[in-house]
Design a protein around this ligand. Structure first.
Ligand code: ADP
Ligand code: MG
Length: 362
């Protein structure tokens, strides 16, 4: 192992409840999961950030002073990295170079936030080799901005903040207005189940922007700063806004139920969230509907699509003893119904990103 190599790990995340609420300054309830991106970095004196990924082909060389425009980087994954170098430079990071190798156990593009984990692990490495420190929230904002620059999608802060602020055995209630994070202990026997529908998130970029604009237009019409401030009465006849307002209420109720260890109360909240995303916000697909139903039929406490929708994953909750059986049964039913083979995961909640000791090769 090279002498001065140092390792940084950033987890992916699953959002238990609260979708399309973050950019409406509302609430989300993610957990950092036990899959992560690891960056192995060695400082160099070249003024260049040289990156290689074990997940994707190609090498990327970026000016360490943030001078490389993400749009000029050929490799799509390198744009995220260029975004991070750029947003950290804007926040005062000295132009220190590094050579780094990226590896990740998070499946790419599956809705488990491999992109935020990449940004966060890279940001930690970049700050470390430059002997530079930023508060956690500032790092999260830099990574969020990097993702926006790299993709052109006006994404919220949830993924990056969850990856940084994760806590072992806890979910994170994030207030997307104040950016305050409250860790809420998960009942010890509760497992977080994820089934990926096997359908990639088609349409998501354009539809995401369209939904976001509709929400902002509705807030302006109602004369409130964001839909977070609208009342249920104000949005009773507006399905899109109704989803946002009712979803915020469900997130807060779910956080309370978790804090009380009241697992039974979580089921209806998750199921209703799915219904609202499907009928009011119109971001579900027949596959996601079938998968959520299959999980509930197999005995999950509740289940819902998680993430932006239009494909991707469904999250469910179940007791840890039953988790494997439920996932297997649901996957079988879904396969029989749709012909798609879902990928299944059972997660634990882990600590957020940080430096780790170099590991022996596994
Ligand atoms: P998700 O964040 O849900 O996994 P995204 O589409 O937001 O899906 O991000 C996936 C993209 O992030 C990948 O296509 C790739 O460009 C980049 N990425 C994530 N992890 C890695 C990695 N380990 N190596 C290289 N690129 C990565
Ligand atoms: Mg992502």
């Amino acid at each position: 192992m090279p002498d001065r190599e140092r390792w940084f790990r950033a987890p992916g995340r699953v959002n238990l409840i609260g979708d399309h609420t973050d950019y409406n300054e509302g609430f989300v309830l993610p957990v950092a999961i036990d899959l992560s991106c690891v960056v192995r970095a060695t400082p160099n004196a070249d003024g260049v950030v040289r990156l290689r990924s074990e997940s994707v082909d190609g090498e990327v060389a970026l000016a360490a002073d943030g001078g490389t425009d993400p749009a000029d980087v050929d490799e799509v994954w390198g744009r995220y990295a260029a975004g991070v170098v750029g947003t950290l430079s804007e926040r005062g990071r000295p132009a220190a170079g590094m050579d780094a190798v990226i590896s990740s156990t998070i499946p790419l593009g599956a809705g488990l936030s491999s992109s935020a984990a990449l940004e966060v692990a890279l940001a930690l490495a970049l700050c470390d080799v430059a002997d530079y420190e930023l508060p956690q929230l500032e790092l999260a904002l830099a990574c969020q901005e990097a993702e926006q620059v790299a993709t052109g999608v006006p994404c919220g802060i949830m993924d990056q903040l969850a990856s940084l602020a994760g806590l072992h055995n806890h979910a994170l209630l994030i207030d997307c207005r104040s950016l305050e994070v409250q860790a809420i202990r998960l009942p010890p026997r509760l497992a977080v189940l994820i089934l990926h529908s096997g359908m990639s998130r088609a349409l998501v970029d354009s539809e995401y922007g369209e939904r976001r604009e509709a929400c902002e237009a509705m807030a302006a019409l109602l004369g409130v700063p964001a839909l977070r401030d609208a009342t249920p009465q104000q949005v009773a006849d507006e399905p899109r806004a109704r989803h946002v307002v009712s979803e915020n209420a469900r997130v807060l109720q779910a956080a309370e139920a978790l804090a009380e260890g009241n697992v039974a109360a979580l089921g209806p909240l998750l199921n209703e969230s799915h219904r609202s995303l499907r009928d009011d916000f119109d971001v579900s697909t027949p596959e996601l509907d079938a998968l959520a139903a299959a999980l509930v039929d197999a005995g999950a406490v509740g289940a819902r699509l998680t993430g932006a929708g239009f494909g991707g994953c469904v999250v469910g909750l179940a007791s840890r003893d039953e988790a494997d059986r439920i996932v297997e049964t649901a996957a079988g039913h879904y396969w029989a119904e749709t012909g798609h083979q879902p990928r299944a995961f059972v997660f634990r909640a882990v600590d957020g990103a940080g430096r780790i000791p170099p590991q022996a090769p596994s």
